[in-house]
Ligand binder design. Structure first.
Ligand code: ADP
Ligand code: MG
Ligand code: ZN
Length: 703
């Protein structure tokens, strides 16, 4: 198992519960797996398919899900295909024939096909050895996504009573579980349930004041990464998308009112990293398994905790730290209450009202977010997570009188006529050309808030706008003035309490995981390479390599095939396909980095030293002896040879042969270097029993 895991998936270890599940299922027994999103359910049937003879049939509710999984399997060298309505009939027939000949380890099938007589007789003629039912909650009316076609699965069990079934889902209510077992007529089965806690998701709930500013700030913090923003209405998604686009953010809209075509277009662009932010109603997300969504924002609070859990679950499936932020306001609750009052069905209304109250309770609660959520689902006794807003303890209010006075004064002093960015620059003492052009560095307010970060000041300003202490000027550009209320605040020397700024809105940063010191520049370069390859092959970038793999590469900088194999996510097929491209690219990046480092060192060098190095070069050209050079510069011969070493590193064409010891001595020293490596001189010195000086050894090393 371990070997196959590395060979085909490139992973070194199993995630919690995967091994137990696989052991059980491979032994031929029915299996139910309840594991949160991102837990790694796919592997629980994909690996057994490789261990067994014959073909595993996989049922999946959506074409997009099938496609991504088949792409990923193929990229890993596992033969897999899918049969659904997106394939044209001729191709479909070809695949069915190939399947009969045993070409595929896994075949993904849309559930409605199982009702088809023709498909069933085709199945009967094949060596089917297992059935996997993904997103198995679709079989239950209790689930949030009931699909009548899933009821066809009963037919499969009737037709192949002896073939083991594995059912997988992230939704775990008792009702759903019972339905799965009875609908699939599972026998002698075991249910594996893993907890609900997802430690890589850092939860924040914060006041909605200044929502747009907060959203922009958060997205910019995750620049270039995938983000989902959930909104209340279609209208809201469209408006927000426009605002984000104006900010230069690549964003798309997704809601149920759009044509199917338009929706797939946005979804595809998101999966392929062509669009980074999708602003959506809850209709978005079900059809994608994108592993590297780094931020999920709820602009409006969700209607149920179950839905909320599912939506935040779309972040960080690959296990890397990701942020989930909910903006909460009493106003939203009022909006929902209004909708509730319109409802005729009182039973349904009471039910929904109860659900909304739970969400309110969650938002206002002062206990660890993860403790709250897991205990809601029946998992009690989890220790506090240490990363959510409650644990980090940034949620109280603080006296913000002084900083608010400073902000408002700056707005007044700069003439009530500038955008937020300019105000912040002045407050932080920037010498930006726009600041200087207006002489704002002369103002008394220039540099009065140096100790605050730009992000923090923007955050305060957002709140002041929301509170009506500042307001927008009319006109083409977004500029602000102090409002009447703001003026009163200043004149009456009022005091103000504001929610304590979430200094780290996003909890701990993404660098907190295992690859703490990976090189971010190299990571970015590798991401670009990955995107290029992915576009060329017409697959999503994560099919080539996940972020986890790229981060590990950026840390370990593998330049040989052996080193590359050690990276998680690199299996046999990927080594063969991408090994050379990536290791060569990394070698180049490494070399570039070394050169840059050298340049940096050189520019940091003191004037004196630079002068001495230049003088040494001149004297080398004049073929001066070591002793002469040392005397001319009042340095020891040892220091001169070290200088020569630095000079040769920069320019190998400078001739030092005349300084070298006899050929015989050189040879002996060279032999010693071959044995001990050239990193350290001491072993060589000792190897030669002290016959030669360090200077001689160093010079031979230069050669
Ligand atoms: P689920 O279906 O439970 O939501 P997936 O099967 O889509 O989860 O897996 C989520 C992510 O976890 C994928 O990117 C996958 O490559 C990764 N993954 C799964 N198993 C492992 C493992 N043993 N080691 C490392 N990564 C894994
Ligand atoms: Mg899945
Ligand atoms: Zn917590």
């Amino acid at each position: 198992m371990q070997k196959l895991l590395k060979q085909y998936f490139g992973h070194d270890e199993f995630r919690p519960m995967q091994k137990d599940v696989i052991d059980h299922f491979v032994s031929g027994r029915d299996t139910v797996v309840v594991m949160p999103t991102g837990g790694g359910k796919s592997l629980c049937f994909q690996l057994p398919a490789l261990m067994r003879g014959g073909t595993t049939i996989v049922i999946s509710p959506l074409i997009s899900l099938m496609k991504d999984q088949v792409d990923a399997l193929t990229a890993n060298g596992v033969s897999a295909t899918m049969l659904n309505s997106s394939i044209d009939p001729e191709e479909l027939n070809q695949r069915m024939r190939d399947a009969r000949d045993g070409h595929y380890k896994l075949i993904y099938i849309a559930p409605e096909r199982l009702a088809n007589e023709y498909v069933r007789s085709w199945l009967a003629g094949m060596d089917v050895t297992a059935l996997a039912v993904d997103e198995a909650h679709c079989i239950s009316q209790w689930g949030h996504d009931f699909r009548p076609d899933y009821r066809n699965l009963k037919l499969f069990r009737e037709q192949f009573p002896q073939i083991p079934i594995i059912a997988l889902t992230a939704s775990a209510t008792e009702g759903v579980r019972t339905d799965i077992v009875s609908e699939l007529a599972l026998t002698n089965h075991e249910v594996f349930v893993s907890g609900f806690y997802r430690e890589n998701l850092h939860i924040t709930v914060m006041p909605k004041a200044g929502a747009i500013e907060k959203i922009i700030y958060l997205i910019n913090k995750h620049k270039g990464e995938s983000v989902i923003v959930y909104c209340f209405s279609r209208r809201e998604t469209e408006d927000l998308t426009e605002i984000l686009k104006d900010e230069g953010i690549s964003a798309g809209t997704y809601h149920a009112g759009l044509t199917q075509e338009k929706r797939s277009e946005v979804q595809d662009a998101f999966v392929r990293d062509d669009v980074h932010v999708v602003v959506a109603t809850i209709a978005f997300g079900m059809g994608i398994d994108k592993p590297d969504v780094r931020l999920v924002i709820h602009k409006t609070f969700p209607k149920t905790i179950e839905g909320y859990y599912q939506e935040i679950g779309r972040a960080g499936r690959d296990g890397l730290p990701s942020d989930v932020v909910m903006l909460y306001s009493a106003g939203d609750k009022m909006k929902l209450d209004y909708f509730l009052r319109q409802m005729r069905d009182t039973v349904q209304r009471d039910k929904e009202e109860k659900k909304i109250k739970e969400v309110m309770d969650y938002a206002q609660s002062r206990i660890c977010r993860w403790q709250w959520i897991t205990s809601y689902f029946g998992d009690v006794g989890l220790p506090a997570c240490g990363t959510c807003d409650v644990c980090v303890g940034n949620n109280d209010t603080e006296d913000a009188t002084e900083i608010v006075q400073k902000i408002l004064s700056t707005v007044v002093r700069t003439g009530n006529a500038f955008g937020r960015g300019h105000v912040v620059k002045v407050m932080r003492g920037s010498r930006d050309k726009n600041v200087l052009a207006r002489g704002h560095e002369e103002l008394t307010v220039w540099g009065i808030a140096k100790e605050y970060s730009t992000g923090d000041l923007m955050e305060y300003i957002a709140q002041l706008i929301a509170l009506g202490l500042m307001e927008r000027n009319t006109g083409e550009y977004e500029t602000f003035r102090v409002s009447q209320r703001g003026a009163n605040f200043l004149n009456n020397r009022e005091k103000i309490q504001l929610p304590k700024l979430q200094k780290e809105i996003t909890g701990s940063s993404r660098k907190s995981k295992s690859f703490a010191n990976y090189d971010e520049e190299i990571f970015e370069a590798l991401r670009e390479l990955r995107k290029e390859i992915a576009d060329e092959r017409g697959v999503p970038a994560f099919v080539i390599f996940g972020d986890v793999s790229l981060q590990e590469m950026s840390k370990k900088l593998p330049t040989t095939k052996e080193e590359f194999t050690d990276i998680s996510g690199v299996g046999a097929k990927k080594l063969e396909q991408y090994g050379d491209t990536f290791t060569e690219f990394i070698s180049e990046l490494k070399e570039e980095k070394i050169q840059k480092e050298k340049k940096r060192k050189k520019s940091n060098m003191s004037e004196t030293k630079r002068y001495r190095l230049e003088a040494t070069v001149e004297m080398l050209k004049a073929k001066d002896t070591l002793a002469d050079m040392a005397q001319a510069l009042s340095l020891s011969e040892g220091t001169i040879t070290k200088y020569i070493e630095e000079i040769i590193e920069e320019d190998v064409n400078i001739d030092i042969n005349y300084l070298l010891p006899s050929k015989k001595t050189q040879k002996e020293i060279e032999e010693a270097f071959k044995k001990h490596g050239t990193d350290k001189l001491k072993p060589v010195f000792e190897h030669c029993n002290g016959k030669y000086t360090y200077d001689e050894i160093r010079l031979v090393n230069c050669k």
